[in-house]
Design a protein around this ligand. Structure first.
Ligand SMILES: [Cu+2]
Length: 498
């Protein structure tokens, strides 16, 4: 890190010299809807390194699916993974369409009953609501017990719902980048470090060691087992001219790592979180200036970046996941420099009268019910309200469609967890009793570690308002920790909306 910073300093003196020589940010191929339908065939199989991976048109890649509100996504998904994966489970797969307010039923966004077994295929049809806000969503596998093996090895792709310029007119005409951040194990078998049989393996040892160490010295640790990537490469050059503004749509598709993005000296104009423009929240600004942007696993941030006068690094800052948490050390993701060749995805289209998300824009209704979800863990398993999830388990809650509910998410463990519900968005109202000063509609939220040690645990709590008002969202779907290894090991439950 120090070495690279020293070079960045030199670059200031000799304007616009490439310091990293990293390749241009790879562009991700795209499938756009035509006639209201985006159609693709996607396949999962082991790549030449033995990792489970998405393939499209014979290439190891997951295209960005670009749609408009009211469109459909048709995916023929073929599972060509070996019959069993490295730790003895059948290599099942399926697809989740994260963040979209769509029905939780087959042949759409159903991860509970729809399993694509090895050697089989399934035809997904996802109907996107006319009211779907414009922004960045994503698709990834969600077979309980194997989610970390599949997502953690890189199986994820982006979905863009068009229309951001209707919500943020100043983005019209700007060049656009889709950026996918991952954290891929050096050894493909390590993504299965938490085998779903309850044997927590290396993490259990970590848990035990850290428990004896009250004053742990390196809160972010030193990651030695994995490599962060940006659009599939360890570091990239992001071409941007001095003063040019670009829209970056950034997805954290890692299995369980946070990214806290910073470009020294460059303000980041945050315009959307988790697919919903900031300005949709009643009374909120269309954009907020940030000096760093934290994205939990599963989260998305859409930002406007202004090209610096001199090359600058793109970093992820050290993030402390808590005394029992995993290592999230700082990382260099790339460098902003003059264009060497245009690898942007295209330009943001002019406003087109796509006025979505109406229900998100009105004053928050009073909650119709309250619930409590307690997050806990021991050396073997992870729990919601004391229960480690088993497939087929009865729903934990039954909710009336058309309502909102206030949920208290309480963390009694000494590491952060990432709360996520399928199909719906929510607002964080408060954290540990302190009102949220810049609330937004989101679909993943950090629940901070509990305070106190050795039997004197003070739980951390976030209070959220969950939106069950969309009439399309009826049925049973999961909520869980989006650290995929935690979910695989039990930190999941289901809710039934009637
Ligand atoms: Cu967790």
């Amino acid at each position: 890190m120090a070495f690279a910073l020293a070079f960045a300093g030199c670059a200031h003196a000799s304007a616009r010299v490439t310091v990293m020589n990293a390749p241009d940010l790879p562009a991700i191929p795209e499938v756009a809807s035509t006639g209201g339908i985006a159609t693709l065939e996607l396949e999962s199989r082991l790549d030449d390194q033995g990792r489970p991976a998405f393939f499209w048109q014979g290439r190891e890649t997951a295209p960005t699916i670009r749609v408009r509100p009211g469109d459909e996504i048709h995916v023929r998904y073929r599972n060509d993974l070996p019959q069993t994966c490295g730790f003895g489970m059948v290599s099942d797969s399926n697809l989740h369409f994260h963040g979209l307010a769509v029905a939780p039923s087959a042949p759409g966004d159903d991860v509970l009953a729809t399993t694509v077994r090895p050697g089989k295929s399934f035809d997904y049809v996802v109907r996107i609501d006319r009211d779907q806000p414009p922004g960045l969503y994503w698709y990834h596998p969600h077979p309980h017990g194997l989610t970390n093996w599949e997502i953690g090895n890189g199986m994820a792709g982006a979905i863009v719902v068009e229309g951001i310029a209707d919500a943020v007119p100043e983005t019209a005409g700007l060049r656009e980048r889709v950026i996918i951040l991952r954290d891929v194990p050096h050894d493909p078998s390590l993504a299965a470090a938490l085998a779903p049989d309850g044997t927590r393996g290396p993490i259990a040892a970590n848990f035990a060691n850290r428990d004896q160490d009250d004053q742990y010295a390196a809160p972010c640790g030193i990651e030695t087992t994995s490599q962060t990537t940006i659009n599939g490469v360890p570091a990239a050059t992001l071409g941007i001219r001095p003063g040019e503004r670009q829209v970056w749509r950034i997805l954290n598709a890692s299995g369980h790592r946070h990214f806290d993005l910073q470009i020294p000296g460059v303000p980041l104009q945050l315009i959307a979180r988790d697919g919903i423009p900031l300005g949709y929240y009643p009374g909120a600004q269309r954009s907020e200036q940030r000096w760093h942007v934290l994205i939990p696993p599963g989260g998305r941030a859409e930002i406007v970046v202004t090209g610096p006068q001199h090359p600058q690094m793109l970093y992820s800052l050290c993030y402390d996941t808590g005394p029992h948490g995993d290592e999230n050390p700082g990382a260099i993701l790339g460098e902003l420099d003059d264009d060497h060749g245009d690898t942007a995805a295209g330009r943001i289209a002019a406003p087109a009268g796509l006025v979505g998300g109406l229900r998100y824009r009105s004053a928050l209704p009073r909650p119709d019910a309250t619930r409590t979800v307690r997050l806990s863990e021991d050396a073997r398993r992870f729990y919601l309200n004391g229960v480690a999830y088993r497939p087929g388990q009865a729903p934990m809650f039954t909710v009336r469609s058309g309502t909102t509910e206030a949920w208290t998410i309480e963390n009694v463990s000494a590491e952060v967890h990432v709360f996520h519900l399928h199909q719906v968005h929510f607002v964080v109202l408060s954290t540990n009793g302190v009102a949220n000063r810049d609330p937004h509609w989101i679909d993943v939220a950090d629940v901070p570690p509990a305070a106190g040690r050795h039997g004197h645990v003070r739980p951390s709590r976030i209070r959220v308002l969950v939106d069950f008002r969309d009439p399309a969202v009826r049925g049973t779907f999961p909520f869980h920790c989006h650290m995929a290894d935690h979910e695989d090991n039990g930190m999941m439950a289901t809710v039934r909306v009637i």
